[in-house]
Design a protein around this ligand. Structure first.
Ligand code: PGA
Length: 252
């Protein structure tokens, strides 16, 4: 049985006090959702510590949105994986398309970040996904395959067993345009096949999340698909009520 995960990527939103309120709202309503759903919230670095405090005693886990490629030292403005782990993070989002696109993250950088995450016992949520041009040219399969081969294939079998993958088509992120449930299933199944080519049977256990304008109204249909194990939620994670309602989309 694969883990069911609903993870909130808050991106660069909320001030510390707002983040704490949001986290408290998730904790307060969590009981209304199946305990089979693993909730994760990923606030900005600046309020990880306060949100960790707000999550105490609940089963809602904490994640960060990024970490540095190096362990420590003279890297002005960077935040090390060891630092976020020390604040109580269990997860770290790596390779989000916004990081790839606006901050030039390459597979080479991501290999180093993955190494840092594992060295600090953080579970990476590794994001893959094609942009609109690539989708229209029918290259989406090749794009996600390369993103997996260049990074995930470098993991050991032990590391792979901890990994979470998020498929996020760039054209669906923050655009209100969602992949159809069938489109999601098609590529999730493909991703699992690419993982199985390297890791064999362990690929059947890897949670693959869908991300991109996932909301309460479409979550159930997408999550009902065989190879979709939950969601990485942006906009709709900023309201506790919506975020929890997405969790209620799990019917399997
Ligand atoms: P969205 O973002 O739900 O706002 O489309 C998802 C993401 O980028 O993680």
């Amino acid at each position: 049985m694969r883990k069911k995960i609903v993870a909130g990527n808050w991106k660069m939103n909320t001030l510390p006090a707002e983040g704490v309120e949001l986290a408290k709202g998730v904790v307060a309503g969590r009981g209304e959702v199946c305990s089979c759903v693993n909730f994760i919230v990923c606030p900005p670095f600046t309020h990880l510590s306060q949100v960790a405090e707000a999550l105490k005693g609940s089963d809602v886990a904490l994640g960060a949105q990024n970490c540095a490629a190096e362990a420590k030292g003279a890297y002005t403005g960077e935040v090390a994986a060891s630092m976020i782990a020390a604040l109580g993070c269990k997860y770290v989002i790596l390779g989000h398309s916004e990081r790839r696109q606006y901050y030039g993250e390459t597979s080479a950088t991501l290999n180093k970040k993955m190494e840092q995450a594992y060295a600090n016992h953080l579970t990476p949520i590794y994001c893959v996904g094609e942009n609109l041009e690539e989708r229209e040219a029918g290259k989406h399969f090749d794009v996600v395959k390369a993103q997996i081969e260049e990074v995930v294939y470098n993991l050991t079998e032990e590391q792979f067993k901890e990994l979470v993958i998020a498929y996020e088509p760039v054209w669906a992120i923050g655009t209100g345009k969602t992949a159809t449930a069938d489109q999601a299933q098609e590529i999730h199944a493909y991703i699992r096949k690419v993982l199985a080519a390297k890791f064999g049977a362990a690929a059947a256990e890897c949670p693959i999340l869908y991300g991109g304008s996932c909301k309460p109204s479409n979550a159930a249909e997408i999550f009902a698909k065989e190879d979709v194990d939950g969601g990485l939620i942006g906009g709709a994670a900023l309201k506790a009520e919506d975020f929890l309602a997405i969790g209620k989309g799990f019917q399997k």
